[in-house]
Design a protein around this ligand. Structure first.
Ligand code: GLN
Ligand code: ZN
Length: 755
């Protein structure tokens, strides 16, 4: 009997082999056959890992050269007109990355993960046709290696739900066009073997689901399940509960239903209905998107609870989601502290855990090695509960005794004092923080890290950069200066490295999009700040100018959202600890004479929960912790924040409640449309809407920026507006940044003169 199940496996390769070969191919340094060779090796390796670990349900078609949504679009022939005429890999990679003639398709975040998928573009004129070759070939490829896989597909409802229509119409209107292709696909799959299992992912079911979408589920799965009688269909969801959809699915002929019991606790409410239906339950109980060692005893206990409703023989033990969101293997982590490493588990280690959980739950005999592994698991979990590396009494005491949750004074009171002290003009100019990260800066950071240059030398190089940066800004006429962030490789990592309770991996790469990977730091213990983190750099920068130097910090919510977070404390509590550390930094900066401090919350919005009902809880701690972080600022210290997006309609009241004196945002690409909400709700604080798009190398002309500022002035009065680019300049070149900022300053002069 088959008892355990992996939703999907990462594919970039434990040494990022896929990334490397793809980038070589794109640079025309190798041909496509080498890409295919690497891909085959990786698939074989990943299947074998799972087979050796005793996994019963192993996926095929979880692999992709770029992205599974893109694969699905190609499978259905949903190719935007601008790519017509191209074929095979040229077509595929052009859709993903664009080419000389055609821009790439849009990319966006996969639910609340940091993985990005390609957004399919649908057009009324399109006619679709099935091409199942990738799916069929991958199944055969595994079969030839002696592994019978379950086939992963993205479901038709999720495909439509995540697509966009060129005419902005409703994508679900294409349901009638798409469903027959999926039926045909199931028929083709049915020919592969005597019996085949198919996992159809429908993660859109975990969001607030509209009645219209809900009504598609039954016709969809009735049709797919009757398309062939030797195909077992599993509908799989993850990241939240999918109660509404499950209530419908139990009345369709699907063979199994996959639910996430870790991130969708409410799924337990569906157990009775599933039990009654006699269907298989793919029980997601092993964390697919975090890096902590599973607590096997606790997970087995959780399964026993599930088994109180659903018969044991109908339970299949599963990961909570695809393991795509975790790094590969701890094998290459050579530098990590042994105690900390012993608390972690990446994808390969999770397979072994899944096997142990399954055997324990089903009462199967354990080999001697397995028994030892089980004991080691208990010991590791025990060590996590008690280790002094994790539990810091002084942090907990401080948390318990916070008495000041916000700044002194109302906004009106503060801003009046700030204007007296800072004396900036309406339409004051500034930037978001970083300046171009040159080769030399990167080299100096790398050499310092590797011990090739000493601290004195490193400091000298950074100061040299800061000098240039300050000199340029003064010459250009920018009014509020920044130091340029040369010492930061990344806005979260930089702070993580200086905080106690933060860990870093050597090889913990996770795919972000295409060939791009990120290596998020992880929070394993109580957070504290042993010493000031930015004060020396900022004070140095301030010492080089008589103008105002803006201090630059990353906010608690963003630090949290871009890290792996410990699972033994709520996110809100972890965030509160980070907030205290930032609070201390704000205080040290102002004591050092810094008068404006920006606390970036670039990832504030992406932390929003998938279900509306969970939003108030998130907002309450996220806002609380931003406010705690800046609560040490005196009335005359001006607090800025920056957010990397433009759509504020849903969250404008929350933004207001954060109580920053100034917020800079990303509206450059949409004129003044997106700013209107600020005026509509009577937003009082000052706003710096980006006046040009830094995501493109284009240099905006003076006239363009003048126009843009005039449009902004149609919405908000000059006293309320700051003028700045729409994000940090780190990824740009100096010869793009210099003329752009010069034009920005000239534009402000022209507009000021005309007022
Ligand atoms: N201060 C950061 C920078 O300028 C902000 C980056 C961001 O918003 N993503 O790079
Ligand atoms: Zn930004």
């Amino acid at each position: 009997m088959s008892k355990n199940y992996v939703i999907g496996f990462p594919r970039i390769g434990e040494q990022r082999e896929l990334k490397k070969v793809l980038e070589k191919f794109w640079a025309k340094e190798t041909d496509f056959s080498e890409v295919e060779k690497t891909a085959s090796e990786l698939k074989a390796r990943h299947w074998n890992y799972q087979k050796e670990a005793g996994i019963d349900f192993i996926a095929s078609n979880d692999f992709s050269l770029y992205d599974n949504m893109l694969d699905t679009a190609v499978m259905l022939g949903a190719v935007p007109a601008r790519f017509k005429g191209l074929e095979n890999e040229a077509l595929y990679f052009s859709m993903a990355r664009g080419n000389k003639e055609a821009v790439a398709m849009e990319m966006t975040k996969w639910f609340n993960t940091n993985y990005h998928y390609i957004v399919p573009e649908l057009n009324k004129e399109d006619s679709y046709a099935l091409n199942a070759s990738k799916i069929i070939n991958e199944y055969k490829e595994a079969k030839a290696q002696g592994i019978t896989t379950k086939i992963n597909l993205i479901g038709p409802i999720t495909f439509l739900g995540l697509s966009k229509r060129v005419d902005r119409g409703d994508t679900y209107e294409f349901f009638g066009k798409i469903l027959p292709l999926y039926e045909q696909l199931i028929k083709e799959i049915s020919l592969l073997d005597e019996s085949v299992t198919v996992q159809i992912d429908e993660p859109v079911f975990v969001k607030d689901i509209e009645p219209k979408v809900l009504s598609l589920i039954k016709p969809c799965y009735d049709a797919l399940c009757t398309a062939a009688d030797n195909v077992n269909i599993i509908v799989s969801t993850y990241f939240e509960h999918s109660s509404e959809a499950t209530r419908v699915l139990v009345h369709t002929p699907v063979w199994g239903i996959g639910l996430d019991f870790l991130y969708g606790e409410k799924n337990v409410g569906s157990l009775e209905a599933i039990a009654k239906s006699g269907k298989k339950l793919i029980a997601g109980v092993l964390d697919g998107r975090n890096i902590w060692k599973n607590d096997i005893a606790a997970t087995v206990a959780m399964l026993e609870k599930i088994a109180a409703d659903v018969a044991k023989e109908n339970i299949i033990v599963s990961t909570s989601s695809s393991l795509l969101h975790t790094p590969f293997t701890l094998k290459y982590e050579e530098k990590m502290d042994a105690e900390i490493k012993n608390w972690l588990s990446y994808a390969v280690e999770k397979l072994e855990e899944l096997n142990l959980i399954t055997k324990t739950f089903f009462g199967e005999p354990l080999s001697e090695t397995e028994q030892q592994a089980l004991q080691a698991n208990q010991a590791a979990n025990q060590s996590r509960r008690t280790s002094s590396l994790i539990h810091d009494a002084s942090v907990q005491q401080r948390i318990a005794s916070i008495s000041k949750f916000e700044r002194d004074g109302t906004y009106e009171e503060r801003i009046a004092i700030q204007h007296d002290v800072l004396k900036y003009k309406p339409l004051a100019t500034t930037t978001i923080g970083s300046f171009p990260q040159t080769q030399e800066v990167r080299k100096a950071r790398r050499e310092f890290k590797n011990g090739m240059i000493d601290e004195t030398q490193y400091t000298k190089e950074m100061q040299h950069y800061i000098d240039d940066c300050v000199a340029f800004q003064e010459k250009c006429g920018i009014e509020v200066l920044v130091h340029g962030e040369p010492e930061r490789n990344d806005m979260v990592e930089y702070f993580g490295e200086q905080l106690k309770g933060y860990g870093f991996s050597q090889n913990g790469w996770v795919q972000s999009y295409g060939s791009r990977c990120v290596k998020p730091p992880f929070i394993y213990g109580d957070i504290s700040r042993p010493k000031p983190m930015t004060v020396e750099w900022i004070s140095y920068a301030q010492s080089r100018t008589d103008k105002i130097m803006k201090g630059m910090l990353t906010g608690p919510v963003t630090i949290l959202n871009w890290s792996f977070v410990r699972d033994d404390l709520s996110r809100g509590e972890v965030s509160k600890q980070i907030a205290l550390a930032i609070h201390d930094e704000v205080d040290d900066l102002q004591k050092a004479g810094i008068k404006i401090i920006q606390v970036d919350e670039a990832a504030f919005k992406e932390g929003y929960p998938l279900r509306t009902s969970n939003i108030p809880a998130y907002e309450s701690w996220a806002v609380r912790d931003f406010k705690i972080a800046v609560s040490s600022a005196d009335k005359e210290t001006q607090i800025h924040t920056h957010m990397c997006y433009s759509e504020f309609n849903d969250i404008i009241r929350t933004i207001e409640a954060m109580d920053a004196d100034v917020i800079s945002i990303e509206t450059a690409r949409s004129g003044n449309e997106l700013l209107k909400i600020f005026a509509e709700v009577g937003y009082r604080q000052e706003v710096g809407p980006g006046v040009y798009d830094i995501h493109s190398p284009r240099i905006p002309s003076v006239e363009e920026i003048v126009d843009q500022i005039k449009r902004l002035l149609e919405v908000l009065p000059k006293e309320q507006l700051w003028i700045n680019p729409d994000c940090g300049l780190k990824t740009r070149k100096w010869d793009e940044v210099k003329p752009s900022l010069e034009n920005m300053v000239k534009a402000v002069e022209i507009v000021r003169a005309s007022l």
